[in-house]
Design a protein around this ligand. Structure first.
Ligand code: GLA
Length: 360
């Protein structure tokens, strides 16, 4: 009788250990707790992430949220005057209920912009005054709805041209509005919520030549008195980039303007950066080898070490997507090629990179 009971108890104990092991990380402090004396740690989400085990992971690890797509102009105002609030309301409520800060993303961009916005009632390209009114209506409506809940907005996204010889991107926004695209967008956002912190957000912000073009743009806006409070560095990085030197130089350069710095879309692709979209090649490997996992952990350790050094100017670090279960990089720039750019794996378990940024 006794030995039988003993066997049963041992079996139960074993079972408990096996079930609990993968969740042991959850008994560790979350990222947000480890970084509480540094900066909030954010994550980009869609409504699909807000239930079940992903919601639990978000609540445990993060204290800032960004809508991955829902707040962009196209999804939120697909037709003039018709706003689709369902997804954004759900994301905002989830954050508010769980004491999570919210970054708004974004109010003006050359992508995910609804087609109607540039077309007048006569079917032709709109005039500057009509487009400014539409921009104002959009920004005022969206910012006012979440006034007091969204603490920071990416007002303008990616306005700098990829061509190093140019400054602003030749988008329809720029062609119709010129410099007023930025100036007015920031002014409208500020008028709608004077407390909100307003950011200019862009990619490749650490490349010296683009860094200087962004710096010049922001310096000019500040000199004109435009209400801009910070710069968002997207941080879609890879195992190769940026160098520690370029990262430090970028932080210092932007901070010298008195701007707050937020890393708004962090991920570390396991592939070297490719600018143009292309098809997947036959036989192309997308295996996440132990060597790649280690290299990624080392790079994450390096960039977080630098983030910690600059905690006086860095006010948010946000990851772009929750875990390797889904990343926008699974589709871009090579459709269907799996990527593993985040701190949690496809089973939502912490990767080496997680330990690399939390054990310091
Ligand atoms: C840019 C945008 C983001 C997102 C990513 C790709 O960085 O700022 O909103 O669309 O591209 O997912």
């Amino acid at each position: 009788m006794l030995p039988n009971l003993f066997k049963k108890l041992t079996f139960l104990l074993l079972l408990c250990t096996v079930v609990a092991l993968p969740h042991l990380a959850f008994s560790q402090p979350g990222l947000k707790d480890v970084y509480k004396d540094y900066f909030p740690i954010g994550v980009a989400v869609g409504t699909r992430n807000l239930s079940g085990e992903e919601a639990a992971l978000i609540k445990k690890q993060f204290n800032s949220i960004t809508a991955e797509n829902a707040m962009k102009m196209g999804p939120i105002q697909p037709e003039e005057g018709k706003f689709y609030w369902k997804d954004t309301d759900a994301i905002v409520s989830f954050a508010v209920e769980n004491g999570i800060k919210i970054r708004g993303h974004n109010l003006g961009w050359h992508e995910q912009t609804p087609k109607w916005i540039f077309i007048g009632k006569d079917g032709k390209t709109v005039s500057k005054s009509v487009l400014l009114q539409r921009l104002k209506d959009h920004i005022t409506t969206v910012v006012s709805r979440y006034k007091g809940k969204i603490y920071a907005w990416d007002v303008i996204n990616e306005a700098i041209d990829d061509d190093p010889s140019k400054s602003l991107r030749q988008s329809p926004w720029y062609q119709i509005l010129g410099d007023d695209f930025l100036v007015k967008a920031f002014e409208y956002a500020h008028a709608a919520d004077p407390e909100a912190q307003l950011f200019y957000n862009d990619y490749n912000t650490e490349f010296p030549e683009k860094r200087e073009r962004i710096y010049t743009l922001l310096k000019g806006l500040l000199a004109k008195g435009v209400p801009i409070h910070g710069i968002g560095l997207q941080a879609h990085w890879s195992l190769q980039e940026p160098s520690a030197e370029n990262l430090r130089a970028a932080i210092e350069r932007y901070a010298s303007l008195g701007l707050k710095i937020q890393f708004t879309e962090l991920d570390l692709s396991i592939y070297p950066w490719e600018k143009n979209k292309r098809a997947r090649r036959t036989g192309e490997s997308d295996v996440f080898t132990p060597e790649l996992e280690q290299q990624q952990a080392d790079r994450y350790a390096m960039v977080f070490k630098i983030f910690r050094e600059y905690k006086d100017v860095i006010t948010n670090v946000t990851f772009w997507n929750v875990s390797d279960r889904y990343s926008w990089l699974d589709e871009y720039p090579v459709r269907g090629r799996k990527n593993y750019p985040l701190l949690f794996d496809t089973k939502l378990q912490p990767k080496k990179a997680f330990w690399a940024v939390t054990k310091f």
